[in-house]
Write a protein that binds this ligand. Structure first.
Ligand SMILES: [N-]=[N+]=N[C@]1([C@H](N)O)O[C@H](CO)[C@@H](O)[C@H](O)[C@H]1O
Length: 838
């Protein structure tokens, strides 16, 4: 924007060095310039949003300086990682960018000189809710680590106009509110109208012989939409590298049909525009169960096709040819949502690049690797054949051919084993026929990983057993991780300061080794006291927000017992609720009960169509309404449902927790990532041996983890033997008392039917074994209460939890993906810093 005199034709806006733009004075001037020249406001009348935007542009400009170089090196680098994900939850950008650029102090000073409060501007920012939960956030943590490890990286996804809904609670019920994240514009993205691709949809195919007499297939689409790139730089921590998040927005090829307009068909004139823009309009708000909707399949194909076309163009720009595509790119499929990529790359290589099938298939398999994130049968995507043919007729043909060749190989390996063939086939031949996306991803990938050790073992034993027996060498585990930048340094500066004072600042990037040094401070009384003060401060901050948003006044001295995650029966928020009722009854019956005051805090969205999950939210709020006004337990027990749980609120909640609830039915939670964020912020975990809980318990030590419940094997055995949950009700007096209290309408203003669906499920099938685990859960909760009363011990365990959790950094996960799957060198290692732009 010509505000900085150009230094050279090559790099017109590069400053002497990147430090100069980071002085408080330079930042202050740039904020003022952006306020006037970008926000078109003068300070006297500027609103908080104007100052926020001016600051955001000022920080973004410092990102763009690094971006220029990163894009060049991306261009020059011999190999790059491309992360295909239908969901990304980057969270608010400002605080994280200021931290990663190492400009917090200077920006604090600069804003102070302008009479502004930096923290207030940081908390003014909303967030791009382009994901449902952990899967989307994991993708964002991975981009942060890839940028920090200076790996040439492009994250590809969808720029939904409306992200995950905002959650309001009315009379205890969830109400979904449209997420208008773009209402005030988005200073963090760069629109790239010149980077656009055409994506065909529907129609039919026809065959012909080309002028060289070769047999060819032509796809005659019913309609074509255009995908426009929207780029967001993702800064690495204290490195000059940024990763590229490239999200696609769908538009009409012709946004206005003048002919139709002239004929007075005004809707017709914009019909194509409306239809095309619908593709990237809204995120499907389901965390696991998937809607077999045509729009969802179109969304998945749309962003995959744009991304692969973009990769081929960037490869060509660097002098590459499609035949070496697999050497240039390591492409990760984040669950099956982008699995259509296997067939789309085959179409682009065979139909467009005229590469023969065998070579194209080799390139395809070498390029892709697939991460499975769930074992839940209802979450494994499969598309009805008629719908698939309607949207993607050419891809169905390609999938049939992939399947024909694949099953031929299987027959050779397992002659006569038709059952195995039926299970492995990409096409499910039941009453209706389906395309199995997990099978397509597995056949088309050279590596398949689960997201926690237990999950990967269960994957090999159950859902993907046949593929494991066929391709054992392709399977490996890469346990999830979280970014220590956002989930420690940014959200918990108090604790981070103590850690840095104790072990130096290396832990932020090399957390595994350096943070372990904290262990030697676990018995240091002064350090423990400082640790307690920080946690107390975080709890008071959360208490303030709880009071503001719910009107509930909680005691910051109480044990903050927190469960925040999507609402789902397998995550068993209602088991937590049964414990609250038990504690409530015990406190009413025995006021002298020797337990610490407790505040139980919930948070999490329910998929709009998931009635049982929405009833669980109502159940929790109904219990809260009774408990929170009961003078008998006034200062002993409080229950809170914190509305609109998202990345931003997570940054407020994780640092304030004493107890982290990770209580899913063993074998159901693939990994969990909230469990890592809580533990890394000094909370103790009460949890089952499920997902990454198993590895967290091994790392922190069984004595610093409150384990309970059936193991995954025991759950399976119990189901095999025939589980009769009503017997738990009959045999456990306390359990019977609380179930009967719920049935009496005690928590529902006398309405005995309201929670009947919950109670019936528990007493009949109890699919997720709540009643079976209830007794040991209560024991573990009692143990937690007793442990919390011995503050010294509790603080020791809290410090040890953080000291031993270094391995759950997303940097460790990414290093494993690099070493075992992607084989991509960092820019530093490959020394590639070149020219040109993708
Ligand atoms: N889809 N999906 N799967 C999940 C989560 N719901 O997003 O992926 C997460 C990220 O791998 C896992 O931590 C979590 O256990 C699993 O349920």
């Amino acid at each position: 924007n010509g505000r900085h005199p150009p230094k050279s034709d090559e790099n017109p806006i590069v400053r002497e060095d990147l430090r100069t733009g980071l002085t408080a004075e330079a930042i202050k001037n740039d904020i003022l310039e952006n306020l006037v020249y970008v926000q078109a406001r003068i300070p006297k009348i500027a609103t908080r949003n104007d100052w926020y935007m001016a600051l955001a542009y000022t920080v973004r400009d410092r990102l763009l300086e690094r971006w220029g170089m990163a894009i060049e090196s991306l261009q020059q680098s011999s190999r790059a990682v491309c992360y295909l994900s239908a969901e990304f939850l980057p969270g608010p950008h400002l605080g994280n960018a200021i931290l990663n650029l190492g400009m917090y102090e200077q920006t604090k000073e600069a804003t102070a000189r302008l009479g502004l409060d930096l923290d207030a501007l940081i908390s003014h920012e909303g967030e791009p809710g382009l994901g449902n939960g952990e899967l989307g956030r994991l993708a964002a943590c991975f981009l942060d680590s890839l940028a920090t490890l200076e790996i040439p990286t492009i994250g590809y996804g969808i720029r939904y106009e409306f992200g995950i809904f905002d959650q309001e609670i009315h009379d205890g019920w969830q109400r979904e509110v449209t997420d208008k994240w773009l209402a005030f514009g988005n200073p963090w993205e760069i629109v790239r109208p010149e980077i656009a691709y055409y994506v065909p949809l529907g129609g039919y195919t026809e065959t012909y012989y080309d002028r060289l007499g070769r047999f060819r297939v032509r796809w005659v689409p019913e309609r074509v939409v255009k995908g426009i790139a929207h780029d967001t730089p993702i800064p690495g921590y204290h490195v000059e590298n940024v990763a590229l998040l490239r999200l696609w927005k769908s538009e009409a090829c012709e946004s206005f049909d003048f002919q139709a307009f002239n004929e007075g068909d005004y809707y017709g004139a914009v019909e194509d525009k409306v239809a095309s823009e619908t593709i990237s309009k809204v995120l499907y708000p389901n965390d696991e169960p998937i809607p077999g909707k045509e729009l969802r399949l179109s969304q998945q194909f749309f962003f995959v096709s744009c991304s692969l076309q973009d990769m081929i163009r960037v490869h060509r720009l660097g002098g590459g040819v499609p035949a070496t595509f697999d050497r240039r790119y390591a492409v990760q499929l984040n669950d099956t949502h982008p699995a259509i990529a296997v067939a789309e790359l085959m179409r682009l290589l065979v139909d467009k690049q005229r590469i023969d099938w065998e070579r194209a298939w080799e390139i395809t398999r070498n390029t892709f690797s697939y991460t499975n994130h769930t074992l839940l049968p209802e979450a494994l995507e499969k598309w009805p054949l008629p719908l698939f043919r309607k949207v993607l007729p050419r891809h169905l043909e390609i999938i049939f051919e992939i399947n024909r060749r694949f099953l031929e190989d299987v027959r050779l390996t397992y002659p006569g084993d038709s059952e195995r063939l039926r299970r492995l086939s990409l096409i499910e031949e039941a009453d209706d026929r389906y395309v199995r996306m997990a099978n397509l991803a597995a056949v088309g990938s050279h590596a398949i990983n689960g997201v926690a050790a237990l999950h990967t073992d269960l994957l090999k034993e159950t859902v993907m057993r046949d593929f494991y027996e066929l391709y054992p060498e392709r399977f490996l585990n890469v346990t999830n991780g979280v970014s220590p930048r956002r989930w420690m340094l940014l959200c918990n500066p108090g604790m981070s300061g103590l850690i840095t004072d104790a072990v130096g600042e290396n832990w932020v990037c090399n957390s595994q080794d350096s943070i372990a040094g904290l262990e030697s401070f676990a018995d240091d009384g002064a350090f423990r006291e400082a640790w307690r003060k920080v946690k107390q401060g975080n709890k008071m901050e959360l208490a303030r927000h709880i009071s503001e948003r719910t009107g509930i006044v909680v005691n910051p001295e109480s044990l903050f017992d927190i469960q925040v995650k999507r609402i789902h029966e397998y995550k068993r928020q209602h088991l937590n609720a049964l414990h609250i009722i038990s504690l409530y009854i015990r406190l009413k019956r025995t006021p002298s009960l020797d337990v610490p005051p407790r505040t139980v805090i919930f948070g999490g969205k329910a998929a709009p169509g998931y009635a049982r999950a929405k009833l669980i939210i109502k159940f929790i709020n109904s219990i809260a309404d009774v408990v929170n006004i009961d003078p008998d337990v006034a200062d002993r027990l409080k229950v809170v449902f914190f509305p609109d749980f998202n990345v931003k609120n997570g940054q407020l909640i994780y640092p304030a927790a004493d107890l982290s609830e990770q209580i899913s039915t063993a074998g159901k939670e693939a990994s969990g990532t909230g469990n890592m964020k809580f533990s890394l912020n000094g909370a103790l975990t009460i949890g089952t041996l499920d997902g990454a809980n198993v590895e967290i318990r091994e790392a922190v030590g069984p004595e610093n983890f409150l384990v309970f419940g059936l193991t995954a094997r025991e759950v399976t055995d119990l189901k095999m033997r025939g589980y009769r949950p009503w017997e738990s009700y009959e045999q456990n007096e306390e359990l019977r008392e609380i179930i009967d209290l719920v049935r009496s309408g005690f928590f529902s203003r006398g309405d005995r039917d309201l929670f009947e669906p919950l109670v019936n499920e528990l007493l009949s099938r109890d699919e997720y074994c709540l009643l079976a685990d209830y007794p040991s859960y209560l024991e573990a909760q009692e143990k937690a209460g007793k442990a919390y009363l011995v503050q010294g011990q509790w603080l020791r365990m809290s410090i040890l939890n953080v000291a031993r959790m270094g391995g759950f950094s997303s940097d460790r996960s990414i290093r494993e993906y690099l070493d075992h799957i992607w084989k991509v060198d960092s820019l530093k290692a490959s020394g590639s810093r070149g020219n040109g732009r993708p």
